[in-house]
Design a protein around this ligand. Sequence first.
Ligand SMILES: NC(=O)c1ccc[n+]([C@@H]2O[C@H](COP(=O)([O-])OP(=O)(O)OC[C@H]3O[C@@H](n4cnc5c(N)ncnc54)[C@H](OP(=O)(O)O)[C@@H]3O)[C@@H](O)[C@H]2O)c1
Length: 318
Amino acid sequence: MRAFVAEQSDDGVVRGVRDDFETGDLGEGDVLVKVAWSSVNYKDALATIAKGQVARISPLIPGIDLAGTAEGSGEEVLAHGYDLGVAHHGGYAEYAHVPSEWIVPLPGGLSARQAMTIGTAGYTAARCVIALEAAGVTPDAGPVLVTGASGGVGSTAVDILAARGYEVVASTGKGEEFVRGLGAAEVISREDAAGDASRPLEKSRWAGVVDCVGGETLSGAIRGLKYGGAVAACGNTGGVKLPTTVLPFILRGVSLLGVDSVQTPIEARRETWKRLASDLRPPHLDDAIAHETDLDGLEDALTRILAGELSGRTIVRL
Ligand SMILES: NC(=O)c1ccc[n+]([C@@H]2O[C@H](COP(=O)([O-])OP(=O)(O)OC[C@H]3O[C@@H](n4cnc5c(N)ncnc54)[C@H](OP(=O)(O)O)[C@@H]3O)[C@@H](O)[C@H]2O)c1
């Protein structure tokens, strides 16, 4: 079968399409999935470069998410996270062996293509929205900021939040027209979102924040929260450091909510996917968000996502 493979060598990582993989080489997993779609996430790119520190086996078929048909049962399924595409061969191949405890039945109302347009990134966006709402953020509480808004997590977060009636402010370095099309009411620069790092607090602006960037951007978002507001922090494209003081926490009672998509217990994951097909469904799955590629186009897409150049979601047709 054809697969995109990343393999460590003395000089770094060799990556590219190969046709010498057998389904018997795919590792443990009681469900053989004929993969229809996978997608391109920032972490997939990290899994294919020497400095990425993501791949835990070599050779590795990357692809942290996939959707397709279970051989035998004929059930339509999806899977993402856990060890997939990291320590277990992932979605960039015509077949994958997936442990049944990682399997999510494709929810009614979503095609495999739409599920991978959502993918790990959109699932993470949904977990951020769920976290903010559990912390008491509501559409009438005020504007919600999304940082890294033109990326995969950010664009899906804008789409979901706007559809739920939030006033979405999108911070982006490149995608103003795109995020407005998804429903952003206002667009601000990356610098404006990061604010003035010398200040202990910014003007109270945000009822909630979905932060995909980390670093100075997350720090500025925390300083700009309204009283009782919350940030869902899920990303680090702008850095892993978090320079902050305790003042927003003790003077404005704000919350910093960590969001992880990889290890969500499977029952909560399956419930979140049901909501992604219903009340958290992003409206622009079939047009603005999705860009298609295939195994031969992956090399370019992986290079571009690391450079911060991709907008929306790039899906991989198997
Ligand atoms: N916690 C989890 O489980 C989880 C799950 C999925 C993803 N993530 C993380 O979430 C982040 C976003 O993932 P993604 O797949 O959406 O990636 P993506 O498509 O590359 O989006 C990231 C966006 O961040 C912005 N950005 C890039 N470089 C930046 C910089 N130096 N400074 C400020 N902004 C920058 C860009 O948006 P603009 O041009 O619009 O500013 C870019 O499009 C990544 O860090 C990823 O590892 C975490």
